[in-house]
Design a protein around this ligand. Structure first.
Ligand SMILES: [Zn+2]
Length: 163
């Protein structure tokens, strides 16, 4: 833009008009609603279990390791796995607190988020924890429950609470 345009009366009018337009556009609200049919795939038993408060894990036929969250194939050899149901009880390994909502809806996140060693599992699960009033304490015993909510994805219905 030249100096003549910036200092002339006509350009001042144009500048004010553009500024008002940008301000109005930055305050509008839009709502978008998209609905998809989303397949749960090979992990369907796991997700259906979470929605019902059950810990459905996979067990490797080759090495005997149990995975929760499950793996559809185990280790580097991708051995076959079978489904099994754990007790749903476990121990907090590490916890933190936060907030916010979960994706795809207005379902509030739990009071805390934790890495949990489920009894009988060889890996750790990440899950929302309620009932401690904030950060889940390391070493605390918890169990998986269904929240009773019906969020967009069944994984969002799962909560851990003190055992
Ligand atoms: Zn294995």
């Amino acid at each position: 833009m030249s100096n003549a345009r910036r200092s002339g009366p006509a350009s001042a009018s144009v500048s004010a008009s553009v500024s008002a337009s940008v301000s109005a556009a930055s305050t509008i609200g839009l709502t978008l609603a998209l609905r998809y049919t989303h397949a749960l795939g090979a992990l369907s038993p796991y997700f259906e279990g979470l929605a019902a408060g059950r810990t459905v894990a996979s067990v490797c036929a080759a090495c005997g390791r149990t995975w929760f969250p499950p793996r559809p194939g185990c280790c580097s050899r991708a051995g076959a796995v079978q489904w099994t149901v754990l007790t749903g009880a476990g121990r907090i390994v590490a916890g933190t607190s936060g907030g916010g909502t979960l994706p795809f809806g207005d379902v509030p996140a739990g009071e805390g988020l934790a890495l949990i060693a489920l009894d009988g599992a060889d890996n750790l699960a990440l899950g929302w924890v309620d009932g401690f009033g904030g950060e889940p304490p390391e070493g605390a015993r918890v169990r998986l429950v269904a929240s009773g909510r019906h969020p967009p994805h069944p994984a969002q219905a799962a909560r851990y609470v003190p055992e």
